[in-house]
Design a protein around this ligand. Structure first.
Ligand code: C2E
Ligand code: CA
Ligand code: CA
Length: 831
């Protein structure tokens, strides 16, 4: 200190000035301060600078005098500091601040500066002037510590972990970084006990474990759960926050060993726990899936042995899983499936990641066979598995349902016999086997005679019973490995395998017909049915469809020949079938070109042999000559060509009639044959009337010849058609009378004008008493009903004479004229 400052203070001055001047006392105090002093005047000149200035700032005292001391103040705060000093002088106040100094070597130091309020000091000059006493002290260490603390706080605040300090006695919060608010969702006041934001079980852990641990080891590490509740008054809601944390608690002790603070570092582990829980949950789920799955799961090791078997083994196959483990599961596979199973497992083992699925029959512990759908997956490279995983599902029920569906698809429901589809399949197999071994296959096509009558008279239920009984008899009559099928209705087919002789089929047919013809009891009724059978014998190369068709042709022939018999398909039938086909083709061609001929046979009045008209008879011209209707009418009907053919004939007849200008043809009435099929067409009557109209012909110029068969099936449409035609004045004739049905009821039901006695009765006239009697009765019956009679097929004078005697109205036959083309017919008229 300079000598001046040692001057005793003037008592009359202000207290501070006197303090400055109170020489020894002041020096004593100042000397003991950690720092030094300087005296500044109003121009901020340093008047005196304590020697310690140099020690702290490194600036020689000489340089510090005047404004020199200002140079060491770091430029950044220098001006502000000087302003503050000036203000202090102006307002007579003290100053306090920290100054950063830059030393010559560039290092920084911190200086605390406390300036007293300026006081007049006359010791400096003559006139007393205001002087500020500045005390300075090196606070570099303190400032740096503070900066470090601030830095640490910033670092801690930036940390995602919670850091806090609590007091060791009551564990009340002293300090915490920002993470606390983040963790708890609320601000926590200093002094809050730690247990306030621990959940119940954590408080317990804390009290019972952490505290004692801290007391003994000064540290504890463990998991706690933070828990806060905060009521949001505005929203009227309460939010709860739960946060699992991993904590480290450390007790801090001072030198004498007293614990002064406890630091707690806590890390939010909720995300970690979530992930852990998810993992655990998925593991549990997986395990549960495997353990409780209804599907079997097992892992097979490379050596083929089962390493793991799931509990489903018990319910599905009746084995305890541990009984399966260590064994080779393939032992349970059905012998027929074992090979594929073994191969599949080997294939799968050979290539990583390969998945194969297969259906296997596996034996249940109770000995039964179960159908399993097995999926094998190679997970050898998956270290957790290291084997082939088999997933197996019991599909026995499904297989059974499928079998039942297949049964339905291939079997006739009524009799349980194979249906047509399965029969054709079996026939194909039979033919394949037969052709390889030189054996024969017999195909028997059975059709019950007049089944329809039984069905109609006794009812459908009885009909079904009858079919079932017939099925049973057929099945019993043939060998077990022969196939019996029902094609529908009353049609059955028997396939005879491995026949040695062709006659075997005929013998079987005879046995079958006999078996079926035994009386069948149907409730209170008894039915006797006969059977027609068509037989084909095949050697192997034929197709099933061809064989079935040929058997059908043979059956047709058997029926044609009077039913209740068997007919073997032969070359003649084959020719016939071929011929039918070619006739059908010719028919279609002829229809396309309307290339037909109509011949006319005269119908003559018995009494005077006058020609009243004629019958139109169709002929089909072919390169080989005319084909007669007996050879194509039926084919036309089967081929669905009859409507078209009938219309063609009718138009041709009308055209001829309209063209016959000869006077002798004037009143002629022509009979046109009409088939049953035509009659059932709704437009038939209208067609006839329109055609007559078109050719300008009156209704009396034609009449229609109908067979008895077309009248007895009793369709409403037939009645309407006939009435409409009759009302229009068109005559209706019954053709071939006496050959069809015994019922004569239709004679009254329909408006019949003419009755044509069939040729077979005319044949026997005078020779056969029966025939003569029938003709006589028929004529009498017809006349009693006002119906005119035509006798057909009159070939002899005797026949004509007898007919005359019996009062027959008209006749038709070779005796009176053969059917001839239109021109010839007219010519014969004029003669
Ligand atoms: P149908 O109606 O009974 O015709 C009489 C058949 O007897 C004719 O045979 C005729 O030639 C034949 N006939 C006539 N007089 C004698 C005779 O004295 N002795 C013998 N043995 N036969 C005689 P056709 O022309 O062969 O016709 C056969 C059958 O074809 C006809 O029998 C008829 O049912 C049917 N038919 C002919 N033309 C047609 C037609 O245009 N439409 C339809 N739906 N059927 C026709
Ligand atoms: Ca006729
Ligand atoms: Ca006839």
């Amino acid at each position: 200190m300079s000598a001046e400052t040692n001057q005793p203070p003037d008592e009359s001055d202000e207290p501070r000035a006197s303090f400055l001047r109170s020489g020894d006392q002041l020096h004593w105090v100042v000397d003991r301060l950690a720092g030094g002093w300087l005296r500044l005047d109003t121009t901020l000149h340093a008047r005196d600078v304590d020697a310690r200035w140099t020690a702290i700032t490194g600036q020689p005292i000489a340089d510090a005098h005047g404004h020199g001391w200002i140079d060491v103040i770091d430029a950044s705060a220098r001006l502000d500091f000087l302003d503050a000093l000036r203000a202090a002088f102006a307002t007579n106040q003290g100053v306090h601040g920290q100054l950063r100094l830059r030393q010559r070597d560039g290092s920084l130091r911190w200086l605390e500066f406390v300036g007293s309020p300026p006081a007049l000091d006359e010791t400096i000059g003559l006139v007393a002037e205001p002087i500020m006493l500045g005390l300075f002290r090196d606070v570099t260490a303190e400032v740096e510590a503070q900066h470090r603390a601030e830095e640490l706080t910033r670092v801690l605040d930036a940390s995602s972990d919670l850091v806090m300090i609590v007091d060791p006695a009551e564990f009340r919060l002293r300090w915490a970084n920002d993470a606390l608010t983040r963790f708890l969702g609320v601000d926590v006041a200093t002094g809050t006990p730690l247990v306030d934001f621990l959940d119940e079980s954590s408080s317990q852990i804390f009290d019972e474990i952490a505290r004692p641990a801290l007391a003994h080891q000064s540290a504890w590490q463990g998991d706690l759960v933070f828990h806060t509740r905060s009521d949001d008054e505005n929203a009227g809601s309460r939010t709860e926050q739960i946060l699992p944390v991993a904590t480290v608690l450390v007790g801090h002790r001072n030198v004498d060993g007293t614990m002064t603070a406890i630091s707690i570092v806590a890390r939010d582990v909720s995300a970690l726990l979530d992930a852990e829980q998810r993992l655990e949950a998925s593991e549990i789920k997986l395990a549960a899936l495997v353990e409780h799955a209804s599907d079997i799961m097992c892992v097979i090791h490379k050596d083929g042995r089962v390493r793991y078997a799931s509990p489903a083994f018990l319910p599905v196959l009746g084995y305890a899983p541990d009984a399966i483990e260590g064994t080779s599961v393939l032992n349970l596979v059905h012998i027929d499936d074992a090979l594929i199973a073994r191969e599949a497992v080997r294939d799968v083992l050979d290539s990583a990641g390969l998945v194969k699925s297969l259906d296997l029959r596996v034996q249940h512990a109770d000995g039964s066979w179960r159908h399993l759908e097995v999926v094998a997956t190679n997970l050898v490279e998956n270290t957790a598995v290291n084997g082939v995983v088999l997933n197996a599902r019991d599909v026995t029920d499904r297989v059974h349902v499928a079998a039942r569906l297949r049964e339905r698809a291939f079997h006739d429901e009524l009799t349980g016999l194979p249906n047509r589809a399965l029969m054709l399949e079996r026939l194909r197999d039979s033919l394949r086997r037969a052709s390889g071994r030189g054996r024969l296959v017999g195909v028997l096509f059975l059709d019950l005679d007049r089944f329809k009558i039984v069905n109609d008279s006794l009812g459908h239920a009885a009909g079904d019973d009858l079919l079932r009984e017939v099925a049973r008899r057929i099945r019993e009559t043939v060998r077990p490995d022969d196939t019996v099928a029902r094609l529908g209705g009353d049609e059955f087919v028997v396939i005879m395998n491995d026949m040695v002789r062709r006659t075997d089929a005929s013998l079987a047919a005879r046995r079958l017909r006999k078996a079926i013809s035994e009386p069948i009891r149907l409730g209170r009724d008894t039915a006797v049915v006969t059977t027609s059978v068509g037989i084909t014998v095949a050697e192997g190369p034929e197709t099933p469809e061809d064989l079935l068709r040929d058997s059908d042709t043979a059956l047709y022939r058997a029926k044609e020949r009077g039913r209740d018999r068997a007919h073997v398909f032969d070359d003649r039938l084959r020719d016939r079938a071929v011929r039918r086909l070619s006739v059908e083709q010719q028919l279609r061609r002829a229809l396309d070109k309307a290339d037909f001929e109509v011949h006319y046979q005269p119908v003559v009045r018995v009494v005077d042999r006058h020609i009243l008209g004629g019958e139109a008879l169709l002929r089909m011209p072919t390169p080989d000559g005319l084909i007669m209707p007996g050879q194509f009418i039926e084919i036309a009907e089967d081929a669905g060509l009859m409507t078209q053919l009938g219309a063609t004939v009718f138009s041709m007849v009308c055209r001829d009639l309209a063209g016959w200008t000869h006077p002798a043809a004037a009143g002629l009435s022509i009979g046109v044959n009409v088939s049953a099929r035509q009659l059932s067409d709704t437009g038939f009557a209208q067609f006839i009337l329109d055609e007559l109209d078109a050719y300008g012909l009156g209704p009396s110029r034609i009449y229609l010849e109908l067979t008895e068969g077309s009248l007895v099936d009793n369709r409403p449409q037939t009645g309407r058609t006939l009435r409409q035609l009759h009302d229009a004045g068109i005559g209706l004739a019954i053709d071939d009378f006496g050959t069809g049905f015994s019922s004569l009821a239709y004679l009254k039901r329909f408006p019949i004008d003419v009755l044509k006695i069939d040729r077979t009765f005319t044949d026997g006239l005078g020779l056969d008493e029966n025939d003569t009697a029938i003709v006589k009765a028929t004529i009498a019956l017809a006349h009693s009903l006002g119906i005119r009679v035509v006798a057909e097929g009159v070939e002899t004078d005797l026949q004509l004479e007898l007919l005359h005697e019996l009062g027959c109205d008209t006749v038709q036959g070779y005796l009176l004229g053969r059917p001839v083309p239109s021109a010839a017919f007219i010519e014969c008229l004029s003669r």
